[in-house]
Ligand binder design. Structure first.
Ligand SMILES: [Ca+2]
Length: 411
C-alpha cells in the first residue's frame, strides 16, 4: 500500500520553505497517522534536529505525524557544514530522505626537506606541491607522502576556513638495495612432529619482513671488518676469509655474535634496521608458510643446491650427485635452489644463523655444503652456542617491514 518517495536532495534541489508549506494539506488519510521516515546522510552519523529537538543520528528510522518541518542535519565529523532542509511527508507514504552535507574547506601547506613522488590524503591521491598552500577539505586527515625508499606519514587537522602548516618527517621504509625480498604478513604453519621437542608443529602469525636474497658474502663482510666494526672470522680448514678467489662465496666461520655485529654495521651504513631472521621467519620463507618441504617444492635438493655431493670430504657424501663444489660455492650459483620468491641458497652452501634464542642458544638453519639430506631439512632445529663457528656457519640479514599506511599497506 505505501508508495515510495525518494528524496535525493543535492543542494541545488533544496526545497524552499514556501514549497514545503504548500504540501501540508492532508489527503484522505487522517493527519495523525504516523508516517514512516528514513533519514540518510553523507557523511553518515549526522544528528537530525527538528524544532530544537534531536530525533537521532543517521541512518535514522522514525515515525512522525503527517505534515512538514524544517530539519537541520549536523555532521558528526569535521569537514562538513550543517544543512537545513524543509520536507513534506504525507500520511500513507513511506519516505526515504537522503541529504548530502556540504564540505567545508581550509588550506594546508607541507614543509618538507625533500619532494615526493606521490602523496595521498585519506588514501586518495591529491595534487599538492611542496611548500604551496592548497585548498583541502577541513577536518582530520591522514597524509602519506612517498619518495623512493622514504615515506612520511602524518595525521593533520585542517581548520574550517583556516590555514595549517605541517613539517613532514621522512623515514626510510625499505632497504637501500634490491637484495631484499618482502615477505608479507600472514599465518604460517611452522615446525614438525619429527622435531616436537625444539620445533613442535604450530600455527603462528608472522608480521611482514624483509629477507636478504643472498647469503652474506666474503666481500660484504670485509666492509665491516675494514670499518673496524666486525671481528675477522676464524682461520681454519675450509674457511673462506682471506682465501684468494672466495670473495663471492658466503662468509663462513662466523659466530652468531659476529653475524649480529655485521647487522649493526650494515644498519648504520644503510640507515635501516637489519637483524638476523628469527627461526620462524627463516622457516616461513623456506617452506612457503609450511606448504612446501623446501623452497622450490617437495623434491630433493640433490642437483639443485650445494650439499654434500660426491666431492664433499665427508663419508656421508652422496656419490650419485655432482653439484660441482666440494665446500662452499659463490653465492647465488644455484638458481634452482631458490623458491618462487627468489631467495637463494636457503638450503645448503652455508647454514644460517637465526636470531631466536632458545636457552641461550641460536638456531642454525638450512644445512650446508657438508649436509646430507637429513640435515638440510628446513624445519630441523640446530641449536648452537652464540660463539660457535665452523666452516659451515654463515648468515643472511632480515628486517622488520615498516607499515606506512592505514590499514596495513606495506609497499
Ligand atoms: Ca657441494
Amino acid at each position: 500500500m505505501p508508495s515510495v518517495a525518494v528524496w535525493a536532495l543535492a543542494p541545488l534541489l533544496m526545497l524552499s520553505p514556501a514549497v514545503a508549506q504548500t504540501g501540508t494539506t492532508p489527503d484522505a488519510v487522517p493527519a495523525e497517522t504516523p508516517v514512516d521516515l528514513t533519514f540518510l546522510s553523507s557523511p553518515t552519523g549526522s544528528s537530525v534536529w527538528m524544532g530544537g529537538k534531536k530525533l537521532g543520528h543517521t541512518p535514522l528510522k522514525t515515525k512522525l505525524p503527517a505534515g512538514s518541518a524544517t530539519l537541520i542535519f549536523r555532521p558528526a565529523v569535521a569537514g562538513y557544514a550543517p544543512q537545513s532542509k524543509s520536507f513534506v511527508w504525507r500520511a500513507g507514504e513511506t519516505h526515504r530522505i537522503v541529504v548530502e552535507l556540504p564540505m567545508t574547506y581550509g588550506e594546508i601547506r607541507l614543509a618538507t626537506a625533500r619532494s615526493w613522488t606521490s602523496i595521498t590524503f585519506d588514501a586518495q591521491r591529491l595534487a599538492i606541491q611542496p611548500g604551496k598552500w592548497t585548498r583541502v577539505q577541513a577536518g582530520r586527515h591522514r597524509v602519506i607522502a612517498v619518495d623512493g625508499r622514504y615515506a612520511a606519514t602524518m595525521a593533520v587537522r585542517i581548520p574550517e576556513n583556516g590555514r595549517a602548516q605541517f613539517d613532514l618527517a621522512w623515514r626510510k621504509f625499505r632497504p637501500e638495495t634490491d637484495q631484499f625480498f618482502l615477505v608479507r604478513a600472514s599465518r604460517s604453519a611452522i615446525g614438525s612432529a619429527a622435531y616436537s621437542n625444539l620445533n613442535p608443529p604450530r600455527k603462528v602469525a608472522v608480521d611482514g619482513y624483509w629477507i636478504q636474497r643472498n647469503e652474506v658474502r666474503v666481500r660484504d663482510y670485509r666492509g665491516c671488518v675494514n670499518a673496524g666494526r666486525c671481528r675477522a672470522p676464524a682461520k681454519a680448514e675450509n674457511c673462506n676469509w682471506n682465501v684468494p678467489g672466495r670473495d663471492e662465496h658466503p662468509i663462513n666461520c662466523v659466530s652468531a655474535s659476529q653475524a649480529i655485529e655485521y647487522a649493526a654495521w650494515f644498519s648504520a651504513k644503510d640507515e635501516f634496521t637489519y637483524r638476523l631472521p628469527t627461526n620462524v621467519e627463516w622457516e616461513h620463507v623456506a617452506t612457503a608458510g609450511g606448504s612446501r618441504a623446501y623452497p622450490w617444492g617437495n623434491s630433493t635438493a640433490s642437483g639443485r643446491c650445494n650439499i654434500c655431493d660426491q666431492s664433499c670430504p665427508w663419508k656421508w657424501r652422496d656419490p650419485s650427485v655432482n653439484d660441482g663444489w666440494s665446500t662452499t660455492a659463490p653465492a647465488a650459483s644455484f638458481m634452482a635452489c631458490a623458491g618462487p620468491e627468489g631467495v637463494l641458497d636457503l638450503i645448503g652452501n652455508v647454514a644460517e644463523w637465526c636470531s631466536t634464542i632458545h636457552t641461550e642458544r641460536y638456531d642454525l638453519r638450512g644445512g650446508s655444503w657438508s649436509s646430507p639430506k637429513t640435515l638440510y631439512d628446513p624445519v630441523l632445529p640446530n641449536m648452537k652456542d652464540r660463539e660457535f663457528q665452523d666452516a659451515t656457519t654463515g648468515f643472511r640479514l632480515a628486517a622488520t617491514a615498516i607499515k606506512i599506511g592505514d590499514p596495513e599497506s606495506t609497499p
